[in-house]
Design a protein around this ligand. Structure first.
Ligand code: ZN
Length: 175
């Protein structure tokens, strides 16, 4: 069996940036299990996995346009410090939840100068070249239910708890 649309694949992966720093990895954990062909992975990685078999190893470089997108400068804003009323110390690297056009988003403080604070609401990996090392560990057919939902259920999946009456898919499972 090889990876194709409507297959569920399990992969071990390590994600590094151009400097070789590890950003994310499944090492020491269960492999990541995902439904192929449903944009559960970044596009540039998913397309390279098509046709791969268990045991295959691959290194993939994903550019922002096939990863988390380019940085959107509209999401970088300089605000008056007084808008952060009640917070005594504001430092670069701090994260806040903010209401935006796209709902609640995490924004990161990227600059503090005088009485202004610059925040960035881009995905942390926007504009970053992604260096993936991947090994395929398992492939199976998806169930009808998984295909209906567009994601994996069960062990290692990024779906929801089926003991809950309502289907709430709160976790974004793009890695
Ligand atoms: Zn589901």
């Amino acid at each position: 069996m090889s990876i194709a649309e409507k297959k569920v694949a399990s992969i071990h992966y390590t994600l590094k940036n151009a400097d070789g720093a590890t950003l994310d990895s499944s090492e020491g954990q269960e492999p990541l299990t995902y439904l192929h062909g449903f944009q559960n992975l970044v596009a540039g990685l998913e397309s390279e996995l098509t046709g791969k078999k268990v045991g295959d190893k691959l290194s993939v470089i994903v550019e922002p346009e096939n990863g988390y997108g380019e940085k959107d400068t509209n999401l970088i804003q300089t605000l008056k410090r007084e808008m952060f009323g009640g917070i005594e110390t504001i430092e670069v690297g701090m994260e806040f939840h903010a209401e935006t056009q796209n709902g609640m988003q995490v924004v990161e403080v990227i600059d503090v100068e005088g009485d202004t604070v610059t925040i960035d609401g881009n995905h942390p990996l926007a504009g970053v070249d992604l260096y993936f090392d991947v090994e395929v560990t398992d492939i199976r057919d998806a169930t009808e239910e998984e295909l209906t939902h567009g994601h994996v259920h069960g062990e290692g999946g990024c779906g929801h708890d089926h003991s809950e009456e309502e289907h709430v898919h709160s976790e974004d499972c793009n890695h």
